[in-house]
Design a protein around this ligand. Structure first.
Ligand SMILES: [Zn+2]
Length: 295
């Protein structure tokens, strides 16, 4: 019995290790790549002024792998990291990069990182916290390429940015778009189902053909419009439940979502609870102000 358990534990550890280690590379344009792995999608852009990395996944070890893969793909050092928002599956690879690397995020993202995640970014790691912030928009020239960073409004949190790769006409939406997955809705971190649809409207004003979502595979504009319809339906559902004075249990029992066809809960080795029930609960909580946003 003990032997069997040992085998199971070892197999489990091996599985986890493989999940963490395996990063799948997809080329999006001649100079732009996406990495899929355990955590949010990572973009790698090859520019005249070095390599740009958008998001760094969940573990320092993955940060090391991202660095290696980026070097293989571009042959150039990493001169800029962008964090789309503060969640650990988009930022915890940061400490793997060289101290002093330029790290850009919104002011709200830096704030949330300092409030919720100070222990992780201790010591050396502190230099890999965002060291350049903005509120609404920032354009960054990188030689032959331009990055437009935009905070289009609240949705997933109150500090998300999207990255438009101007010349490539591709956008990395961070977690403002989960493609074919139920999204996390971080009300405590300033997120809002109610405002999310408008926020997506602002994203859609940007000139792009292709989308790297925060989670899910590379896709295109019509799929983001579909996701917008989903969040709008979810916001309506919350509003109606509040208007009718329905309890959370009643809402969960009677709610009809129609725009989530094909949506799957995300798995990060284990199920992390991003289900249909979860998003309905969040919509209800926002509509009934039954949550506490962090300052
Ligand atoms: Zn997130």
């Amino acid at each position: 019995m003990a032997g069997l358990i040992a085998v199971l534990v070892l197999t489990g550890a091996g599985y986890v290790f493989l999940q963490v280690r395996s990063l799948e590379v997809e080329q999006v344009t001649p100079d732009l790549y996406v990495l899929y792995g355990l955590g949010g999608n990572v973009a790698i852009l090859d520019t005249d002024e070095g390599t740009v990395i958008v998001d760094t996944m969940t573990l320092q070890y993955q940060g090391e792998r991202i660095k290696e893969i980026a070097m293989e793909l571009t042959g150039k050092p990493i001169t800029l990291i962008v964090n789309t928002h503060y969640h650990l599956d988009h930022t915890h690879g940061n400490p793997a990069f060289d101290p002093g690397t330029r790290v850009v995020a919104t002011e709200r993202t830096l704030h949330h990182l300092k409030v919720t995640d100070a222990a992780y970014f201790e010591g050396q790691g502190q230099t890999l916290l965002p060291n350049e912030t903005f509120v609404t928009m920032k354009e960054i020239p990188m030689g032959n390429k331009t990055l437009r960073l935009l905070h289009p409004g609240r949705g997933h949190t109150d500090g998300d940015l999207v990255v438009l790769f101007v010349e490539d006409q591709v956008i990395h939406t961070g977690d403002l778009f989960f493609y074919l997955h139920y999204p996390n809705i971080d009300l405590e971190g300033g997120g809002s189902v109610v405002e999310w649809g408008e926020t997506i409207e602002t994203i859609l004003e940007q000139p792009f053909h292709t989308i790297i979502p925060g989670h899910g595979v590379v896709t295109d504009r019509p799929k983001l419009i579909q996701f917008q319809a989903f969040v709008n339906e979810l916001a309506d559902l919350g509003r109606q439940a509040a208007d009718q004075g329905l309890s959370l249990e009643e809402t969960l029992r009677t709610a009809e979502l129609t725009k989530d066809e094909g949506y799957q809960p995300i798995k990060m080795i284990v199920d992390i609870g991003l289900t249909r029930e979860f998003v309905i609960q969040r919509a209800w909580e926002e509509a009934n102000q039954a949550f506490e946003a962090r300052p």
